[in-house]
Design a protein around this ligand. Structure first.
Ligand SMILES: [Zn+2]
Length: 374
């Protein structure tokens, strides 16, 4: 995620802190200081905040570890002021596995709350009522917050875990696409309730959450529909097969001509022995022309670290790798030879065709994104 600071790597997953998190941390400290006029309470406020975020971090690890059980890697975990985000490589197709991954996060907070409750009970410091719990010390308040995290996360609305739990439960009985549509609809109703409650309780925070939930409900539905459209298509089915190929010694003038002549904007570069060198992009060409003019050779502007795909690779993971590379094109390689190219445009065309065939009325989406679990 952009604007994030890596704070470490634990159990094979990189942990990032979003810069807004640090700003928020400063505000919490300042706010506690202003309210009481003492720096001591600023320290208490900040340590409470950090305690809560340790619990949120463990919650995200709950998702990550459950995903690992099913062979799914977690790219990273990012902590934001609003909570955490774990980016999973993919979401398993089996609803029961989706259910376990979604529940694993809140389950961690149940365990933490249970542990704190037991500790407080044994040390005989457990307050008698929730009201007392709120005004009690660090650990009773942390217990209350963990219970709140469980309740909030289990609300049946995306991007909360409850939205995914609902979808996975529905998908056990009905078609996954319908399960997604229904749970997105429930999420929208929840969003409206949030905004209504925000006005009644004059809580801007609830309003922000409501708007966020409304937007996510649609986003999640689109990304699930897109997965369904991709199905088990492989790169071979989608790749471009007719295109022009450059040699490293070709002059840039040739690339410029080709760029005008037809719609191809990225050109693979292959040497005389058939070895793949890389790709020349439209931007690379323009840069090269500015620096070296038309007679400069292609090898001066070739982008060598281009993603190489296997024709049998699933389109879904191929699209993720293409997107991460930051380049508009990936090369498909079979037996060490160039077999095709994959661009986000031709993948989008493929998805549009699939949708037309299935007569789905879903807005077109051009790019995929890694799955995020809150
Ligand atoms: Zn979660």
């Amino acid at each position: 995620m952009k604007w994030s600071l890596k704070i470490g790597r634990l159990w094979g997953v990189d942990v990032y802190l979003h810069y807004t998190f640090l700003v928020f941390l400063g505000l919490v400290g300042l706010d506690s200081r202003l309210q009481t006029g003492r720096w001591g309470s600023a320290v208490t406020g900040v340590s409470m905040f950090l305690g809560v975020f340790l619990c949120v971090l463990l919650h995200e690890y709950g998702h990550a570890m459950a995903a690992r059980r099913y062979g799914v890697t977690t790219r990273d975990i990012t902590l934001l002021p609003m909570g955490g985000v774990a980016r999973l490589d993919r979401i398993p197709d089996a609803p029961i596995q989706q259910l376990v991954i979604a529940l694993a996060g809140p389950l961690v907070n149940v365990v933490i709350a249970g542990g704190l409750g037991l500790g407080l009970h044994l040390s005989e410091e457990m307050p008698g009522s929730i009201r007392e719990l709120e005004s009690a010390g660090f650990f009773p308040r942390l217990l209350l917050i963990n219970a709140g995290l469980v309740a909030f996360n289990l609300l049946p609305a995306f991007p909360m875990d409850g939205g995914r739990v609902l979808r996975a439960l529905l998908a056990l009985w009905i078609d996954p696409a319908r399960a997604t549509r229904i749970s997105a609809g429930v999420g929208r109703v929840m969003a409206v309730l949030f905004v209504g409650a925000a006005f009644l309780m004059s809580s801007p925070m609830l309003g922000i959450i409501g708007v966020f939930v409304w937007m996510e409900a649609g986003g999640e539905a689109i990304s699930m529909e897109m997965r369904a459209a991709m199905g088990d298509a492989t790169v071979r089915r989608v790749m471009l097969r007719r295109f022009r190929v450059l040699s490293p010694t070709d002059p840039l003038s040739r690339v410029a001509e080709w760029l005008i002549e037809d719609s191809q904007a990225e050109f693979p570069v292959v040497d005389n022995d058939g070895q793949i060198v890389g790709v020349v992009t439209r931007n690379g060409l323009l840069d090269g022309l500015r620096r070296g003019g038309e007679s400069a050779p292609v090898e001066d502007v070739v982008q060598r670290d281009v993603v190489q795909l296997d024709p049998g690779e699933a389109l879904e993971t191929a699209m993720l790798r293409l997107e991460e590379s930051g380049l508009p094109v990936a090369l498909v390689v079979e037996g060490g030879r160039l077999a095709g190219m994959l661009t986000s445009e031709n993948a989008a065309e493929f998805l549009a065709l699939q949708r037309a065939l299935r007569r789905d009325r879903v807005p077109p989406v051009l790019v995929s994104r890694p799955r995020e679990v809150g």
